[in-house]
Design a protein around this ligand. Structure first.
Ligand code: IDP
Ligand code: MG
Length: 137
């Protein structure tokens, strides 16, 4: 069993589509092992996306991620990390495959509905960024 980290981004939360997104993961056999709704501070968002600090979209991305609440989850299952990224779809919703979350719920390359960890190492870091061990079952 693998664990990965997911954010449901503020664009989805503000449109009342949290349940619709979680249903996509559950339908693919992933289990919600931890879940929290929170409003990121700018500093926390900058820390989470630190790897993108020098990219031109860094300021805009961290502003977006702090404009309203997000829902953070630990999802668990076989090949959870790759599975979540497949269910999420390509970074740019206009290039995402039909039936993916980003294709169906994303607005543009920045406001793309969801985040999924891109490696098991990053998944562990991202989980620890938001959840304590006592919150994951
Ligand atoms: P990923 O979320 O598919 O792994 P990354 O390249 O890691 O994509 O980028 C992290 C996030 O930064 C994306 O999900 C998206 O919200 C935002 N982003 C990526 N590329 C761009 C861009 O070219 N313009 C604006 N925002 C971007
Ligand atoms: Mg990434």
């Amino acid at each position: 069993m693998e664990r990965t980290f997911t954010f449901i981004k503020p664009d989805v939360v503000s449109r009342n589509l949290v349940g619709a997104v979680i249903a996509r993961y559950e339908a693919e056999g992933l289990r919600v092992a931890a879940l929290k709704r929170l409003h990121l501070s700018k500093v926390k968002a900058q820390g989470f996306y630190a790897v993108h600090r020098s990219r031109p979209f860094f300021d805009s991305l961290t502003a977006f991620m702090t404009e309203g609440p997000v829902v953070a989850m630990v999802l668990e299952g076989d090949s959870a990390m790759d599975k979540v990224r497949r269910i999420n779809g390509a970074t740019n919703p206009s290039e995402a495959a039909p039936g993916t979350i980003r294709k169906d719920f994303g607005t543009n390359i920045e406001r793309n509905a969801v985040h999924g960890s891109d490696s098991l190492e990053n998944a562990a870091k991202e989980i620890a960024h938001v959840f304590s061990e006592l919150e994951i079952f």
